[in-house]
Design a protein around this ligand. Sequence first.
Ligand SMILES: [Zn+2]
Length: 85
Amino acid sequence: MIYKLPVRLEDGQTFTSIPSTNLSFPKTSGYDSDNLRVTNIVGIKNGDFLKECPKCGRAKCSEEFGLRITVNRDQSECTDCRGEY
Ligand SMILES: [Zn+2]
């Protein structure tokens, strides 16, 4: 999980904790508690946010994307698509 709770999404959902049950919902974005931009969230899985990569179209956990600290937002594309390991 690369975000700091609570995470507030633009569809009105606020996550103060990560639900133990998996969820899926229409793609949305928002901000975490550090005002970090959170993008392309499509659900919850195994204790992390699921985020959709616009390049490969796959939904993966946020850990597979990482952060862009200097611009205070998450990475748009997954690490596989960026070729970083
Ligand atoms: Zn990808």
